[in-house]
Write a new protein. Structure first.
Length: 263
């Protein structure tokens, strides 16, 4: 091959690589424009304090996630639409394009096979809350793992997903919502409920009763935004905004407003 032919072939190869690379970038940019350029982002919302709270009279959503979503999209000109969903069906909602994002969604290995996740927006500990005075049998996960204990948990919640396989001897009462989970304990149909530190602190603050226990070894997990797979550009944009909110203290302020422990 002559030098001229070699250079010509090299130039053709570079042009092809450039074309392919440019197509990938353009596709990613178009994908982001599809979400943000429409000026509407749809956010899945689960009626679970303090993540989301819905005013039934006005249909307005408030809570930790709506506050964070407002901060993320502030100044972007994007309006926010909330779509009712449940933790247990949230993956299907993302996959079927019912909504674009779901906040307060924990990244588990099983979920990660089906949907994508942003960088963490915070983290929390898993624990149990009981109205029983003697809490000795709740001090470790091993001591909880017995057939005499009935444990209530929310279907599809991170706590249940993480710990139900481990507590295979415990009797599980799986319910669709926070209110139903709390009612199981208050009615005596369950000995304790399993959830995160945020919901337990909220319950005690509201009811003025209940014993919070963090069984050993302590189980904690980061929480994220969930989004559909193949949305790399949108995820990158979202991660950048979360980094900015983390650095300027906005993330910490939002969490401190809703979490009594200041976590």
């Amino acid at each position: 091959m002559t030098v001229r032919r070699f250079l010509k072939a090299g130039a053709s190869l570079l042009a092809l690589v450039s074309l392919l690379g440019g197509s990938a970038v353009a596709q990613a940019s178009d994908d982001l424009a599809t979400i943000l350029g429409s000026k509407v982002v749809r956010v899945g919302a689960v009626s679970a304090a303090p993540w989301y709270l819905k005013d039934l009279r006005s249909n307005q959503w408030t809570g930790l996630v709506p506050d964070l979503v407002q901060a993320v999209f502030q100044g972007s000109g994007v309006s926010i639409d909330y779509v009712d969903t449940q933790w247990g069906t949230a993956v299907a909602g993302l996959q079927s394009d019912r909504f674009d994002l779901l906040g307060g969604f924990n990244k588990t290995p099983e979920r990660a096979k089906a949907v994508d996740f942003s960088r963490p927006i915070g983290s929390h500990r898993m624990g149990v809350l009981t109205l029983e005075q003697d809490t000795s049998r709740y001090q470790s996960w091993d001591s909880i793992n017995q057939a005499s204990i009935r444990l209530a948990a929310i279907d599809g919640s991170a706590a249940a997903t993480l710990l139900q396989p481990r507590l295979d001897k415990t009797q599980w009462v799986i319910v669709p919502s926070s209110d139903a989970m709390q009612l199981e304990v208050e009615s005596g149909r369950a000995n304790a409920f399993l959830t995160n530190d945020i919901q337990m602190a909220q319950y005690v603050a509201k009811r003025g009763r209940g014993h919070i226990i963090y069984p050993l070894p302590v189980q904690s997990q980061a929480t994220n935004f969930g989004l559909r797979k193949d949305r790399e550009a949108f995820r990158a944009w979202l991660d950048k905004r979360l980094d900015e909110l983390d650095k300027n203290g906005t993330l910490a302020r939002i969490w401190a407003h809703y979490v009594p422990t200041g976590k």
